[in-house]
Every structure is written in structure tokens, then in C-alpha cells.
Design a protein around this ligand. Structure first.
Ligand code: SAH
Length: 456
């Protein structure tokens, strides 16, 4: 009788890797049975120890590499092996871009049945390092000392970190200074298991064009002991500091921030520019983390919207109104909707800041607000969506199919939900003309895409 699974746990097998999964593991087949192996690249041959066996697939650990891929490079980061933040530093940047393009193409075909859609090569960065403008580090304790860094791969053990090479250098410096100050004043780190202690996360934001810095101290308790001293030291030691915020998150949760935000010092927001538009960014608002590539992404969205100046545009999931204001430069009227109230406050401020009076924003979920607009007679010539990873809500997709905007521009951070939603829109009468992936997150497996759809 044929053995269902050709390998057992702890077996060692020699394999050739054929593919890369969407989370960066190598895929090898043993008699057709797929094994997923971290740190292996397509084309490589090596010895693998089987560590887990499921019915349809298993996991292995790479023990020895016999043949290396020409795309393999030495990961430059000193904590790459333990940190879960990056997954592709062992693959050359050109290799990463090729892998991402292939992934988008395959996911669109497999999930969206969009075999023939035009997928362009990924728009990458010239210098794919030190790009992040935001750093969020969990705080913990080791040998009585306050530490802050990253969660070790697949765990919640915190490893202290001095430097993250995809992070803007100023953020690394700021984190170190804030960490030292909190240690000096004996601030108790949060203990996730006991749900005790005070400081949960340090979050730092940096405006790439303005240089402005925001520090957010996320605490479990409303009280932050030695608050005034801590604030005074941060203001004297962090260059370009413009805002110090305390966010209170008293829940047992993996979400970083809670609902209560207090300004401890300075402004409630920092400012930054994307292109020529100035943005106010508050602690809890979403703002793209790679400012250079954001400009590339938004320019592409604007190109796909192809505005002449007479159009009404809806920007769903608008955050602080970034895409809305880009579009408003060329549209008659833009409506933006977003679920986080502070982000909408920022969006309104941003419209004012840039002297744009052809935009209106509303707080709420896109799937409730847009159907309401439609009932009130507000329709769009162009509709832009930029949802979180889970994609668009079905109720929103249904409304799009009723409203029938001539063009839909879909900005997506998850190719799988993009493919699912494109299929629904295609079945409802839209055609996907082209898809442009943009590398917003070099060294990681994340892929961002903009898709252009027309009503046919
Ligand atoms: N377009 C913006 C934000 C994109 S991120 C930019 O490029 O900066 C996705 C945004 O959707 C986040 O701001 C999130 O708060 C918001 N969001 C999440 N679920 C939502 C929903 N159901 N309705 C409206 N907005 C939502």
C-alpha cells in the first residue's frame, strides 16, 4: 500500500528547492509532498531535517546546503536569524523583486482566476535599507534591566535591540535614549503574562522631509511615574523632538495602542511631506512607513485614476487623507471615509493645511458610510480603495457594483484579498486592466499593489 506521507518527523532528506512561499520559506517536494523550509531558496539543494508532519504538507529545518542559489547573499543584519521582522535578507534585492512579482502573478491567477492580467515588474527602491519612518518596540526586562527591541521569531520573548537596519537611524537613536531615561527613573516594564507593570511599548515616528520626531510611551496604567522628569530629559536629549505622547492601553491584547492618548509635551501631531503635500500625523493614525515609496505608490494611484478635473472621487479607507489629497489636486470633489476618528481629524487638518476645499471626510466604516452616501445620491466617477490586510468588506463591494463608478483603483497590501476582491468586481462587470506592485517593505515578504479597473 502507498504510504500517504512519504516522510516522518526527524527524518533527514536531501531535497532541491523549487519555490518560495508568501512568507519566505523554501518549498521542496518529496514524492510530491511539500516541505516548507525557512532560509532556503529556489534552485538550492540541501539536507533537511523534517520537524513537523501534517497531512498535506510538512516543515523542515535546513541542515546543510550543497548547492547555493546565485541570488543568495549574506544577510547584513546582526539579528536577522532571531528577529521575525525581515524574512528575505538572504535573498538579493533583485531576487526579492522577482519573487514578489511572481507571487502577485500566481496569487491573482490562483485565487482571482486572473491568468491574463498584466502584472508589471515591481517598482523597487534604489537603496532598500533605512527606509522605515516608524519604530514600535515592545518593552521588557532582563536581569533587572529594562530592555526594548523585538519579539523573537514565533514567540513573545523580547530581545534587546540597538539597531534595525531597515529603520531610519534617528529612530534607533531615539529609542536608545528613551530606553535609558525610562531605566534611570525605574519605570516598570510591562509583564505580558502577569499583566502587571507600566511601560508596554515605545513608539517613535520621524518625518522624513521635516525631520520632526514624535515619541509615544504606551503604558498599561493611566499613571506614568516620574512623568515630568522623563519628559524633560527626552526634550533635552532627542534632537528635533516635537511631540511626546502617552497612550494608555490597559487591556490584555496584542494591539499596540489603546484608546486613550494624552499629549505630555509639545504638539499633538508631527508634520511630514509626501510630494508637495504637507501632512499632520497623530500618534494613532495610520501613515505609510516607507515615505519614498509612498510617493511612488500614490503617483501610480493618481495615474490610474486618470483625472481630468471634472470627477467626483471617493477614497475609501482614507487614513489621514493622504491619497484623498493627492487626488484632490486633479479632481472636482473628493470624499474620504475612515474608521479611526483621530485620522479623520488629521485628514481635515491636512486639507486645510494645504488649502484644499474640494474634499470632505467622514468617520465610519467604509461598508456603512459609502452605502449611506449612495442612498443620499452621492456617487463617484472614480472610487479608490486602500483596505487593511483583510481586504474590502462584501457590503462595500456590493455597493460599488450598484454605484458603478467608471474606474476603480484598488491599493492593496495583501495580494490574496486583492485577488479575491478583484474576482468579485470582475464578476460584477469590471475588468482589471493592469496591476503595479510597489515594494514598500524591502527585506520583508510584504507586497503592495495598485490595480486599475474599468467598468466594461
Ligand atoms: N489610504 C491611507 C490608509 C490606508 S491603511 C494611506 O495610504 O495612508 C487602511 C486604513 O483603513 C487605516 O487607516 C484603517 O484605520 C482604516 N480602516 C480599517 N477598517 C476600516 C473600515 N472598515 N472602514 C474604513 N476604514 C477602515
Amino acid at each position: 500500500m502507498k504510504k500517504e506521507v512519504p516522510v516522518s518527523k526527524n527524518d533527514t532528506v536531501e531535497v532541491v528547492f523549487e519555490d518560495l512561499t508568501h512568507d519566505g520559506a523554501g518549498v521542496a517536494k518529496v514524492e510530491g509532498y511539500p516541505l516548507f523550509v525557512p532560509n532556503a531558496l529556489p534552485g538550492e539543494r540541501g539536507m533537511v531535517k523534517v520537524v513537523k508532519v501534517n497531512k498535506g504538507y510538512g516543515f523542515g529545518r535546513l541542515m546543510e546546503l550543497y548547492e547555493k542559489s546565485p541570488d543568495r547573499v549574506e544577510p547584513p543584519c546582526y539579528i536577522y536569524r532571531v528577529c521575525g521582522g525581515c524574512q528575505l535578507q538572504h535573498l538579493s534585492y533583485e531576487g526579492q523583486l522577482r519573487a514578489k512579482e511572481k507571487q502577485v502573478r500566481e496569487v491573482l491567477a490562483r485565487i482571482g482566476k486572473l491568468e491574463d492580467v498584466k502584472v508589471h515588474p515591481v517598482l523597487g527602491m534604489k537603496e532598500p535599507w533605512v527606509y522605515r519612518n516608524k519604530s514600535s518596540v515592545p518593552v521588557g526586562q532582563k536581569d533587572g534591566k529594562l530592555i526594548a527591541g523585538f519579539f523573537q521569531k514565533r514567540s513573545h520573548d523580547i530581545i534587546d535591540m540597538e539597531k534595525c537596519i531597515i529603520q531610519h537611524e534617528e529612530n534607533d537613536r531615539t529609542i536608545q535614549v528613551v530606553k535609558d531615561i525610562c531605566q534611570k527613573y525605574g519605570v516598570q516594564p510591562y509583564d505580558e503574562v502577569k499583566h502587571k507593570g507600566v511601560l508596554r511599548h515605545i513608539v517613535v515616528r520621524h518625518g522624513k522631509q521635516t525631520g520632526e520626531v514624535m515619541v509615544v510611551l504606551v503604558t498599561r496604567t493611566a499613571d506614568l511615574p516620574h512623568k515630568n522628569k522623563i519628559v524633560e530629559e527626552i526634550t533635552s536629549k532627542v534632537d528635533h523632538i516635537k511631540s511626546i505622547i502617552q497612550n494608555v492601553n490597559s487591556k490584555r491584547t496584542n494591539a499596540i495602542m489603546g484608546d486613550e492618548t494624552k499629549v505630555l509635551w509639545g504638539n499633538e501631531v508631527i508634520y511630514d511631506y509626501i510630494g508637495s503635500i504637507r501632512f499632520a500625523i497623530s500618534a494613532r493614525s495610520f501613515y505609510q512607513v516607507n515615505p519614498d515609496q509612498t510617493c511612488v505608490l500614490y503617483e501610480k494611484a493618481l495615474e490610474y485614476a486618470d483625472l481630468s478635473g471634472n470627477e467626483t472621487v471617493i477614497d475609501a479607507y482614507c487614513g489621514i487623507g493622504t491619497i484623498s489629497l493627492f487626488l484632490a489636486q486633479k479632481a472636482k470633489k473628493v470624499y474620504g471615509v475612515e474608521i479611526v476618528p483621530e485620522a479623520i481629524e488629521d485628514a481635515r487638518k491636512n486639507a486645510e493645511l494645504n488649502g484644499m476645499d474640494n474634499v470632505e471626510f467622514e468617520v465610519g466604516s467604509a461598508e456603512e458610510v459609502i452605502p449611506n452616501w449612495y442612498k443620499q445620491g452621492i456617487t463617484a466617477d472614480v472610487l479608490v480603495v486602500d483596505p487593511p490586510r483583510k481586504g474590502c468588506d462584501e457590503a462595500l463591494l456590493e455597493t460599488i457594483l450598484k454605484m458603478k463608478p467608471k474606474k476603480v483603483v484598488y491599493v492593496s497590501c495583501n495580494p490574496a484579498t486583492l485577488a479575491r476582491d478583484l474576482r468579485i468586481l470582475e464578476d460584477g462587470g469590471y475588468k482589471t486592466l493592469e496591476v503595479q506592485p510597489v515594494d514598500m517593505f524591502p527585506q520583508t515578504t510584504h507586497v503592495e499593489c495598485v490595480a486599475k479597473l474599468h467598468l466594461v
